[in-house]
Every structure is written in C-alpha cells, then in structure tokens.
Design a protein around this ligand. Structure first.
Ligand SMILES: [Zn+2]
Length: 117
C-alpha cells in the first residue's frame, strides 16, 4: 500500500510504501526540502498505520476495503467534532525540529501483590 504525501512547505508530492514506513526502512521526510514531522507524531502515525493494516486484513475476510483518506477532509471532520486544543498541527513551523526524544521514561509498573484468592 503506497501512501501519497504532499509537503506543506514546498508542495512536493512524494510516495512512500506503508510497509517501508512500518519497517523503518523509509522515513517520513520530504525528499525536496527535508521537512519532517516531529518524531513522536511520525511514530504515532506509523503505529496507527500498522494497526490499520492489521485490522483491514482481518476485516478483509468479510469486506473488501478500498478507502481514501485525505488529511484535509479529516482535519475538518475532527475540528467539527471537538474544538479543544488540538493545535499541534498548526504549530508546524516551530516544532519541526526533533523535540520529543525524551518520552522514553522508564515505566515503573509495580505489580500489586497478586495474592491468590
Ligand atoms: Zn518539502
């Protein structure tokens, strides 16, 4: 499955195979001006993509799927549903450097004592 991207900055269109994004062999980066999404957003996108692909495969046993996703449409849909502060995508110019590299904090998930019942 190939995804078409169009750079908001320089308007270059390019394609990346979803499989390559999921494998990490391709990065989501503009071939022209090298603009890219903040690391955390790119990661979320790739994991959503991989989840979507899995779900489509499962559902495919019942229904063949062919869908078109356009971010411009989606942004409007999301805006009309919730108008809280989802400003991340508007702050593009400022946050395009890698900033979110610090979300690797270790999780101290303490198991509560699992007593036998
Ligand atoms: Zn570009």
């Amino acid at each position: 499955m190939t995804i078409d991207f169009s750079c908001q900055k320089c308007e270059t269109s390019f394609e990346i195979d979803a499989q390559d994004l999921i494998d990490g062999t391709e990065k989501l980066i503009c071939p022209q001006c090298h603009a890219r999404a903040p690391a955390s957003i790119a990661e979320d996108f790739v994991s959503a993509l991989s989840e979507m692909r899995a779900q489509v495969a499962v559902l495919g046993k019942k229904f063949a799927i062919n869908m078109e996703l356009e971010s411009e449409d989606l942004v409007e849909e999301l805006d009309s549903k919730k108008d809280d502060e989802e400003d991340e995508l508007d702050a593009e110019e400022e946050d395009l450097e890698e900033d979110d590299l610090d979300d690797e904090d270790e999780e101290d998930v303490e198991d509560e004592d699992m007593e036998e019942r």
